[in-house]
Design a protein around this ligand. Structure first.
Ligand code: ADP
Ligand code: MG
Length: 603
């Protein structure tokens, strides 16, 4: 929905990530562009209300003069009325201004969050190999929050106080240029001294944050591996570890409190010094007759506001700059161009599902010195089960990733119905090729929603049919709430084998033309495994199946078996052919069988 609110954002040409605060500021202004009218209104309201705030010192000064001279009593009441009216008006302006500003900033905040999320999802899979999930999440939560919080809060305050400083100084100059110059010369005192003590406080603040984050890490790690902690009965150890981190934070907190007290103390001392000097000098001007006592009162009141406004500008300016600088982190993702080649246009009505790997050579971008596939050729035929076997690390899953176009092979090509994979539309490709992975991930939703995740417009009948093919219908119906049972976080409320069958149903509901089962039935018993495989080929228009398995008994019935070793095809053929050949496959089968028998014998 954010595209509706920030239309200019998505069409904007994306540039290389820039590392300068200026560039980020430019970009931020770009995001604010659609709201220029609102910001204009905010600015005028700020001007009006800051001017209004000058009323109290001004009229207090006038009243002092009247009191000193004791004339015109009705002018006194008149001054009070005008002062109150102006002050109320200024407060109303401030209220409206705050409202418009904060609403607009929240709008911009959510647009940016949505945009970052969208940009992250567009990145190529290799990007996710290196990016840390926590880091990605913090970009849309903490980082954007920090940015918009400092911007919406501090930028408005900065603007506010800046206006105030300007107007106050003009009014002060108007009252007495001598006193104003004197004040201006004293300003460095209230800048420099607090800065020194403030630095100590800031450094400690950063240390506290870091120590808190370390404590949080312990908590996150412990909670997310609760089962491991419980099975090692290490609750006390973890509590101790957490407590130690908290102790460290506490001692830093104590130091921080001292630094805070010291910095506020030096602050008030230096401003007290300035005020006393102004009163002393101002007093001498009054006795000299250059300044009236009312003017001095007004001036001192202005100066009170002025020095606190200057302090505020000094403290908000760096944090606004920091927020703008911090926004680089966010824009880095928004601007990142995904390293994927442009998608093709093919989307034929009928697809056979014939897949051919031709001399494919591939190296992961994150590990450029170790080739994973070395001239691999492989064929998947419609209505047939092709099995891929080999030791773990041989490159089986890599073949699947290439078929899904997560990565591009460096050499060779992959054809689907005779056309290169990249000539098809992305959406089409993922509709036609369904993959059930080694460790399928279910969402914390009902079983029904999990299966229909494959195709959300599927009817219930189609869902039941897919579940039956996956040999899952029976157990799902037996669950306490049937298809409405919650699968739990990451599918934690169903067993491993049940999770795999739900995942297969989710893949089948798409009616794929190519189905890949990457060790997807490893948690099923041999009986149910065969039921699933047979069901797949009983379909009226059976697809091509790529069956990857570790247990060799799983692949016996496959039409064609390919044995992979270190990214190369070692041998291929049917189960019987390969056994007769007496090569690696036959060896492996023998090993697995004898291992199995020995185990049975032991029991
Ligand atoms: P298999 O599925 O046959 O067990 P894989 O295809 O998963 O093997 O892995 C083949 C090789 O590629 C292994 O050496 C593995 O360490 C490496 N590998 C797998 N995935 C990645 C990745 N995302 N980035 C870098 N190397 C990877
Ligand atoms: Mg694998």
């Amino acid at each position: 929905y954010w595209t509706r609110y920030v239309p200019s954002l998505l069409t904007k040409p994306t540039k290389e990530p820039q590392k300068k605060t200026g560039a980020s500021l430019e970009k931020l202004l770009g995001y604010m562009k659609p709201y220029f009218i609102r910001f204009g209104a905010v600015l005028s309201l700020v001007v009006i209300s800051s001017l209004g705030e000058m009323a109290i010192p001004h009229y207090t000064g006038r009243m002092t003069d009247w009191i000193m001279n004791e004339d015109e009593p009705e002018a006194f009441t008149h001054a009070i009325t005008v002062m109150s009216l102006i002050t109320v008006m200024s407060a109303v302006c401030e209220f409206v201004c705050d409202l418009i500003y904060n609403i607009t900033m929240s709008r911009i905040h959510t647009s940016i969050q949505g945009l970052v999320f969208q940009s992250v999802l567009k990145q190529e899979i290799a990007f996710f190999d290196t990016a840390q999930t926590g880091d990605l999440v913090s970009r849309i939560t903490t980082d954007t929050n920090d940015m918009s919080e400092s911007l919406s809060e501090k930028l408005s305050l900065l603007m506010w106080y800046f206006m105030r400083v300007t107007f106050l100084f003009i009014f002060m100059l108007n009252l007495s240029w001598k006193l104003s110059l004197f004040t201006a010369m004293g300003l460095p005192i209230i800048w420099v001294i607090p800065k020194i003590s403030g630095k100590w406080y800031q450094e400690l603040g950063a240390k506290v944050q870091k120590s808190l984050a370390q404590a949080n890490d312990v908590a996150t790690e412990t909670f997310s591996s609760m089962k491991t902690v419980r099975s090692f009965a290490n609750e006390e150890g973890e509590t101790e570890r957490y407590r130690k981190r908290l102790e460290k934070t506490y001692s830093l907190n104590k130091e921080e409190a001292a630094a805070y007290a010291a910095s506020t103390w030096t602050n008030s001392m230096s401003s007290l010094f300035l005020k006393v000097s102004i009163l002393y000098y101002g007093g001498s001007l009054v006795t000299g007759g250059t300044v009236s006592s009312g003017d001095l009162v007004a001036f001192v009141l202005y100066e009170l506001q002025f020095s606190s406004a200057v302090e505020a500008v000094m403290s908000y300016y760096p944090s606004v700059m920091r927020a703008i600088g911090g926004s680089e982190k966010i824009f880095e993702y928004v601007d990142r161009q995904p390293q994927v080649p442009p998608e093709g246009t093919l989307a034929p009505q009928n697809l056979e599902g014939h897949v051919e790997f031709k001399n494919v050579t591939f190296t992961y971008p994150t590990r450029e010195d170790t080739p994973v596939l070395k001239g691999l050729s492989l064929e998947l035929r419609p209505g047939q089960i092709t099995a891929l076997v080999g030791a773990s690390g041989a490159g089986k899953t890599t073949c699947v990733s290439l078929l899904e176009r997560f990565y591009l092979p460096q050499e060779g090509e992959i054809l689907l119905d005779g056309q290169p994979l990249h000539s098809y539309k992305n959406q089409y490709l993922h509709d036609k090729i369904s993959v059930v992975s080694q460790e399928p991930v279910l969402f914390a939703r009902s079983v029904k929603e999990n299966i229909k995740y494959g195709r959300d417009d599927a009817t219930n009948e189609e869902m039941y049919r897919a579940a039956e093919l996956a040999n899952a219908h029976k157990f799902i119906s037996d669950l306490p709430n049937g298809y409405d049972t919650d699968a739990g976080e990451k599918g934690g409320q169903v067993s491993g084998g049940q999770k795999q069958r739900i995942a297969i149903a989710r893949a089948l509901i798409r009616k794929p033309r190519v189905l890949v089962l990457d060790d997807a039935t490893s948690n099923l018993d041999t009986e149910s495994e065969h039921l699933v495989h047979q069901a797949l080929l009983k379909d009226s228009n059976p697809c091509s199946v790529l069956l990857i398995a570790h247990k060799l008994s799983t692949v016996e019935k496959a039409n064609h078996i390919v044995v992979l070793e270190e990214g190369k095809v070692l041998e291929e053929g049917s189960h019987v052919e390969l056994l007769e050949k007496g090569g690696t496959y036959a060896d492996l089968v023998n090993k697995q069988n004898t291992g199995f028998q020995r185990k049975e014998g032991e029991e």
